[in-house]
Design a protein around this ligand. Structure first.
Ligand SMILES: [Zn+2]
Ligand SMILES: [Zn+2]
Length: 335
């Protein structure tokens, strides 16, 4: 197949906090990599943390984007799982060493030598990208490219956060109602749980959105829910939500933060934690999380709500995400 000489990409460069449209050479796949024609790439809060320099170790210059859906155009000589023409999904976890003590324990999400798509590896805010086939996913039918993109991080990380909260949950709180929350809500409701959605005070649009996705109740993060929570998931990067969620959580309850970055957690009285309440966090994903979530998304089935932007509108999509003005997930569409 004949490839063009160059591609368009949105690039973060040293000292910049806006992405710039550039014309770059098309990357060459190494033996384990696929060259992928990108059709859609989700825009995630993590991309925002990178551009806003709250995550401090990106490769630079960097092509962000780690919710990539595309078609394989070239497969490296050692690839076995994909062939040219296959549809492929590329997530945040782009490489692990397979040898460190975390990898050996089945915790590849904590690998000491992990590399991450759109952070320490170039990602999908571009017309083409390369990705290690061992970390790529086959995507379920029934999701077009733009609708599948948010599953690859919002869905995956949301699912891991939900799973870590435990299985004995009847009343589930979700703080921050964006891309991850709207996917997790559908899964939780499908599994018979009651979801209580908490948003920024006064954000009645997000509260309406949460109810449409199946939430039993939606209100401000400063309110107490009508029933104590068995667990709470936090998807907004706001440290104050940890004590707020503990306050709303019943004895033995679990508060799990799904974000990669959060503002400082204010001091709070021990009684909020007492009675065997727990606070924990989720980091990255394992390939097993991905397989489970994609299977579940197909069976529920999950309907992702998206707003699409052209590649060169990536900054606008990030601005809208920063100010909380995206319902569901933002997705860049390349063609
Ligand atoms: Zn490792
Ligand atoms: Zn993400």
């Amino acid at each position: 197949m004949k490839l063009p000489a160059s591609m368009r990409a949105m690039v973060l460069d040293t000292g910049q906090n806006r992405l710039q449209l550039k014309q770059l050479p098309i990357p060459q796949p190494s033996p384990q990599q696929l060259l992928i024609r990108v059709h859609a790439c989700g825009v995630c809060r993590t991309d925002l943390h990178i551009v806003d320099q709250e995550l401090t170790e990106p490769k630079l210059p960097l092509i962000p984007g780690h919710e990539i859906v595309g078609t394989v155009v070239l497969a490296g000589e050692q690839t076995t799982r994909f062939r040219p023409g296959d549809r492929v999904g590329v997530p945040w976890l782009g490489y692990t060493c397979g040898e460190c003590r975390y990898c050996r324990k089945g915790q590849e999400n904590l690998c000491d030598h992990a590399r991450f798509t759109g952070y320490t590896l170039d990602g999908g805010f571009a017309e083409y990208t390369v990705a290690d086939q061992r970390y790529c996913f086959h995507l379920p039918p029934g999701f077009d490219d733009t609708k599948a993109a948010p599953l690859l991080c919002a869905g995956l990380i949301g699912y891991r956060t939900y799973r870590l909260a435990g299985s004995q949950i009847e009343h589930l709180g979700i703080y921050g109602f964006g891309a991850a929350a709207h996917i997790v809500t559908q899964i939780a409701v499908h599994q018979g749980k009651k979801v209580y959605a908490f948003t920024r005070p006064g954000d009645t649009e997000a509260q309406d959105f949460a109810r449409r996705m199946g939430a039993t109740w939606a209100g401000a993060s400063t309110e107490m829910p009508p029933h104590p929570l068995d667990a709470a998931l936090i998807f907004a990067p706001v440290g104050e939500l940890i004590p707020a969620a503990l306050q709303a959580t019943d004895k033995g309850g679990h508060v799990v933060s799904g974000g990669i970055h959060m503002s400082d957690i204010p001091a709070f009285p021990y009684r909020l934690l007492w009675e065997e309440r727990k606070v924990s966090s989720v980091a990255n994903l394992t390939r097993r999380d991905g397989e489970e979530l994609l299977d579940l998304a197909h069976r529920v089935p999950v309907h992702t709500e998206i707003e699409t932007f052209a590649l060169e509108q990536a900054n606008e999509a990030l601005d809208r995400l920063r100010s909380g003005r995206i319902e569901g997930a933002a997705v860049l569409v390349m063609d």
